[in-house]
Design a protein around this ligand. Structure first.
Ligand SMILES: [Zn+2]
Length: 137
């Protein structure tokens, strides 16, 4: 059971929260917990609808669980294939941007682009599939 006042984990039969001292209405606490679980299931179902790949379902669920905020992650195919990976995944705007940056700055910028792709590829793919945007906002 979770304290509805401060979200601390409690014994199932607690009457008062040992952390904040709040009175525990166990029905209310249980209801809140179920609501949270239902939301998590909903997010999961949503993610399964937009992407079939199990790996991306896990990654997207992770982003969803953190309120859909940016989190660094690592994606080997994105790191290894860079622009091609972006293109292949349908993120043509970012692929084009990377390509143009490569043209402008030459080979020196390539390691930065690879690193970016590796660290942000999952997030960019999430933005495309869940937030429906080619860009960052
Ligand atoms: Zn509490």
């Amino acid at each position: 059971m979770i304290c509805p006042h401060c979200q601390v984990r409690l014994e199932e039969d607690a009457i008062f929260c040992h952390w904040c001292g709040g009175k525990i209405d166990s029905d209310e606490a249980r209801r809140q917990e179920e609501e949270k679980a239902a939301l998590a299931r909903q997010a999961q179902a949503q993610v399964q609808k937009v992407v079939g790949n199990r790996y991306y379902q896990l990654v997207f669920s992770f982003f969803e669980a953190h309120g859909g905020k940016f989190i660094l992650s690592w994606n080997w195919p994105a790191f290894l294939f860079g622009v091609l990976w972006y293109l292949f995944k349908g993120m043509w705007a970012k692929a084009l941007l990377m390509f143009l940056l490569g043209l402008l700055f030459g080979g020196e910028i390539a390691p930065l682009l690879w690193l970016y792709a590796g660290l942000c590829g999952n997030w960019d793919y999430y933005l495309l599939k869940v937030k429906k945007t080619q860009f960052w906002v």
